[in-house]
Ligand binder design. Sequence first.
Ligand code: CUA
Length: 360
Amino acid sequence: MLRRKGPSRLLLIFSTLLLGGCALNGPQSIFDTAGPVAASQADLFVYIFWFAVFVFVAVTAALVYAVFKYRRRGDDDGSVPDQIHGVAWLEAAWTVAPAVILVLIGFPTVRLILETESRVEPGQQDLVVNVTGYQWWWEFEYPELGVTTANELHIPTGRRVVLNLNSGDVLHSFWVPRLAGKRDLIPNQDNQLWLSADEAGLYRGQCAELCLGAHAYMRMRVIAESEAEFSAWANSFQQGGAQQVQAQVGTPQLEAGKALFKTKGCANCHAIAGYAQGQAAPDLTNFGVRTSLAAGVAENTPENLTNWIRNPQELKPGNLMPTLWAADDPKRDEEVAALVAYLESLGTQAPPTASVQARR
Ligand code: CUA
């Protein structure tokens, strides 16, 4: 018996590794819901789960009962048992029971689909955001506010947010598990998803449709905040642009960084309101107040930004940002430092969003 310890130990290790991924309150757990859409979807999941448990227990019990009751016994003479043709009540039962279960599961499911997945016509109170997926980042445009940003979606708590989903290249899928189920972004097809957040906080999300290259690094953050904080954030964009850029560029290093943004070619792809109009990559207006960089891959710190600019492929393999300085370029350290200082200064005179902390 002692020799059997090997397999059971292996099983223990495997199940520990497997179940280790099952925390109910992880940063992207569908069970740790933070909004009405995700909550009703999680409730439905749990409701259906208990039917599955019932079916599993009933079938397993019937199986175990049959195995033990009709097992071969010592006094078995080896003859063939009496042959019977069906048991009417049993057959009726196992036909009716699944039908009843199907109805009990089907009705709430269809009702929730109609409730949360139907298109809604945005009303006065709703916040509309046009979301476009690109390889491998997210664009968030607030048409009513004239604000465009990337990778971090600011929303006011308690208000319905209507997201118009589209793609600039291939299929992507918008998924912020604690707020709502996924919805695909499809080129030339207007999909819609609506959600709302109950409480202020930072909710993590990611692309949930394989879109090649850096798909696994196509993350996002939803920052839910009070109505006042949200307005302050939006205002800082509206007052941004030239005014903001000029106000903040004062020191020689910031001036140098601002110039490098154009001479090094950053401006060909990135926009900064009032200064640069690139369209191919994330809009960097107010970049300094973002919590993350490279589409949620790293925290936005000067150190991470330096590494990101020096060697983009190291932080986010497969991404499309070019390496702008050769490793032996004697001016690299100084110029990257200037660019980092300039980018981190953008928007930092705006009201801070410091109340928002990353959960993990
Ligand atoms: Cu975008 Cu996967």
